[in-house]
Design a protein around this ligand. Structure first.
Ligand code: VGL
Ligand code: ZN
Length: 212
């Protein structure tokens, strides 16, 4: 069983959004073209959604901090982000051009104000599960294909957790974009995923796979 996992393709991560990822909008057509291959290439299509309460501790505004500086949250180092993906706001919604019809299940994360959650599987302290890993195991998924936003945060940590959970993991390079607080962050994240055992692939490579 093979699952496609779409990470955080939400309005606030698109150009013009609160935490805009440069060229983040370019992942939408890649996501749509791969998710349209459900049945042929994928058995399941899943999506994660960053979904913060407005008092979330990762927001600079809730810490009297400047955006982009480092602080602490839940005992961990924490980037101070602009307010983003706040529950009940349009910024938290999935991109309107993203085709949600093939999506079998949505896993929300980042609801606990006391800890951030980059990975779609666990919070940053690896304490609480979103249920994604358990769901994949229950569905007998062995292979996961991951893309979305952002390469250097939520995509990277989702890939690393998926590897730790024992899945065969492919990261779709053309289906992901990086925040790049430092210009090399995206490339460093890809190298880290590769070293941890992920296959670095293109959407064209993935589209050639078959379930038959
Ligand atoms: C993300 C920073 C804060 C992401 C989410 O989806 O990569 N990055 N929250
Ligand atoms: Zn967030």
């Amino acid at each position: 069983m093979r699952a496609l996992i779409l990470i955080d393709i939400q309005n606030d991560f698109l150009p013009g959004g609160a935490l805009a990822v440069p060229k983040g909008d370019e992942v939408i057509s890649v996501a749509n073209s791969l998710s349209s291959k459900k049945g042929e290439v994928f058995d399941l299509v899943l999506a994660t959604q960053d979904f913060h309460p407005k008092n979330h501790g990762s927001f600079a505004s809730n810490n009297g901090a400047q955006v982009g500086t480092m602080g602490k949250l839940g005992g961990l180092d924490q980037v101070m982000w602009p307010n983003h993906c706040v529950q009940g706001t349009a910024g938290a919604d999935f991109a309107s051009a993203l085709d949600m019809k093939p999506v079998d299940k949505i896993f929300k994360k980042g609801q606990d104000p006391e800890i951030d959650s980059y990975s779609g599987f666990y919070d940053n302290g690896q304490k609480k599960s979103t249920g994604l890993g358990e769901y994949l195991k229950e569905k007998k998924v062995r292979e996961v294909v991951i893309l979305g936003l952002a390469t250097d945060y939520c995509v990277k940590f989702s890939v690393l957790d998926a590897l730790r959970l024992g899945f065969d993991v492919s990261f779709v390079k053309d289906g992901s974009r990086a925040v790049n607080l430092k210009p090399t962050d995206g490339d460093a994240a890809i190298e880290e995923m590769r070293r941890a055992g992920a296959h670095i692939v293109t959407s064209a490579d993935v589209a050639k796979k078959s379930n038959r």
